[in-house]
Design a protein around this ligand. Structure first.
Ligand code: ZN
Length: 499
């Protein structure tokens, strides 16, 4: 058995002014051919799960491309067309294929193409024809579209946020594709799009509405005719028509049952719409609360400046307040500011420097902050994820400096990377357990690895492009009315009314 394998992953925040170009992919991940198998084998990622499952079953892989970049603004047409052309050329050169395995995101917006994955899936389908089965994994934050559902035979959404089941979903996609190829499974899918745009803050699956929906999905999956159920929470910071929650149910040769279950879950999601509305603690109050707690470490979660949601990663408002109140024993992890890193490197370790940090990308993450501190360490920014997410995968933060401003250690990095693993602190020589306050730039993902070490977590309502306060954004293209932007929205299914 011969399987085509590719990964294309980007979560596009259309409010970001940072274009996602070739350099952004090169900074994160752009592998071709066998190199992608070597890079991902054994890692807790979809691609890792797909590779392990395929190798266990004795399938031969035709690896094409693995392309991912840190979430930011629209993907440029140049790099998208390059990756797509490479995949189509590899498909043509692959000879006979039994199936196609794709590790995709589902919230990629390309210049001029709102539904990046829909476009990519349709192109692959045209290339292989209707007879070659295609299975894809999609991120929990996919903005599910008709083109994705109709182009692929099987979609598998992550069932967790933090995304700790990526390898499991990848292996599942490979196993299901195997069953389709062998004729044991005939997938019949249904999907629903209620008018619901959940903010990120209450999308976590530890508790709350997404936990309840996935519990219902798990019950549905106990029926042997049900192959899998995905509830995509959606990515609200992509201002495109299809943004928002999506339900996908696939059954074995039983479309009416898929339709019935998808409709039931969409109604359940709608019923819980108010539970998705999120609020966080204002900056001053959050810092005061953290300082008043005797235990350590206390995590101040900078949920609105999450590079994993396309925010700049250079927000300064929490740091500004910490300096104002002369807080000590603090780590800020991590602030994206390549120019500040370069200045620190220029003066060298042990030297004092006055410079402006952060707030340089746009006017949505606070103003640049002038600080005076001592350069503690300089490094190349390489670490390995050791938490439940992406375990084993190397991370590259680029040139990194630790600047100590009177007891506040600011980790300055050169590649935008979400703070989802304490290893992003430890590799600099700092011990997160040894500090009173950890400022962590992440919305939900940090919880997988930081909850076990944090004595308390406070979600901060600082400014930023991943804020869960959606009223701060001017939406012009998402379908309307949609909840919570339009509080009086009534239930409807946008999957059945293609625009
Ligand atoms: Zn996600």
């Amino acid at each position: 058995m011969r399987l085509f394998l590719a990964m294309v992953s980007h979560e596009t925040n259309t409010f970001s002014t940072i274009a996602t170009d070739r350099a952004q992919f090169e900074a994160r991940d752009l592998h071709y051919g066998g190199a992608l198998v070597e890079a991902y084998r054994g890692t807790a990622t979809c691609l890792g799960g797909m590779i392990d499952a395929a190798e266990r079953s004795g399938a031969a892989l035709a690896p094409s491309v693995a392309a991912s970049a840190s979430p930011a603004g629209r993907v440029t047409r140049e790099i998208y067309e390059h990756v797509k052309a490479r995949m189509l050329a590899d498909l043509r050169a692959s000879g006979r294929l039994d199936g196609v395995l794709l590790d995709l995101h589902g919230a990629m917006v390309v210049d001029g193409i709102d539904d990046g994955e829909g476009d990519l899936i349709a192109a692959v389908r045209r290339a292989v024809g209707p007879g070659v089965p295609m299975a894809a994994t999609l991120d929990f934050h996919a903005n599910l579209s008709r083109a994705m559902v109709e182009g692929a035979d099987l979609l598998h959404g992550y069932k967790t946020y933090p995304h700790v089941d990526m390898a499991e979903r990848g292996a599942e996609a490979a196993a299901r594709l195997d069953a389709v190829i062998a004729g044991r499974l005939r997938p019949t899918a249904a999907f629903r799009k209620p008018p619901l745009l959940p903010p990120l803050g209450n999308q976590g699956t530890a508790h709350g509405p997404m936990r309840e929906l996935y519990d219902l999905a798990a019950e549905m999956e106990r029926d042997p005719a049900v192959v899998s159920v995905s509830v995509f929470a959606g990515f609200p910071h992509a201002d495109i028509p299809d943004a928002g929650l999506g339900i996908y149910v696939v059954t074995n040769d039983d479309r009416p049952r898929a339709e019935k279950l998808a409709e039931a879950l969409a109604r359940e999601a709608w019923h819980r719409r108010h539970a998705f509305v999120h609020s966080a603690v204002p900056v001053r109050e959050a810092v005061a609360r953290a300082l008043a707690l005797p235990d350590r470490p206390v995590v101040l979660a900078d949920i609105a400046d999450n590079t994993g949601g396309g925010a700049a990663g250079d927000g300064t408002e929490i740091l500004r307040e910490l300096i104002r109140v002369r807080a000590r024993s603090v780590i800020v992890a991590c602030l994206w500011d390549p120019a500040a890193v370069a200045e620190c490197a220029r003066v060298g370790v042990g030297r004092r420097i006055t410079l402006a940090v952060g707030g340089k990308v746009d006017d949505r993450h606070g103003a640049p902050l002038t600080v005076t501190g001592t350069v503690r360490t300089l490094s190349d920014g390489r670490f390995v994820h050791r938490g439940p997410m992406m375990h084993g995968l190397p991370g590259r933060l680029g040139p990194t400096a630790v600047l100590d401003v009177d007891g506040i250690a600011i980790i300055l990095i050169s590649h935008r990377w979400q703070t989802l693993d304490p290893e992003m602190i430890r590799f600099t020589g700092l011990d997160p357990l040894d500090h009173h306050i950890l400022v962590v730039k992440s919305t939900i993902h940090y919880r997988a690895a930081f909850e076990p070490i944090a004595r308390a977590i406070i979600e901060v309502d600082a400014p930023g492009l991943s804020s869960s306060n959606l009223s701060r954004f001017t939406f012009t293209r998402v379908r309307r009315p949609i909840f919570p932007l339009d509080p009086e929205t009534t239930y409807r299914d946008d999957a059945r009314h293609p625009r």
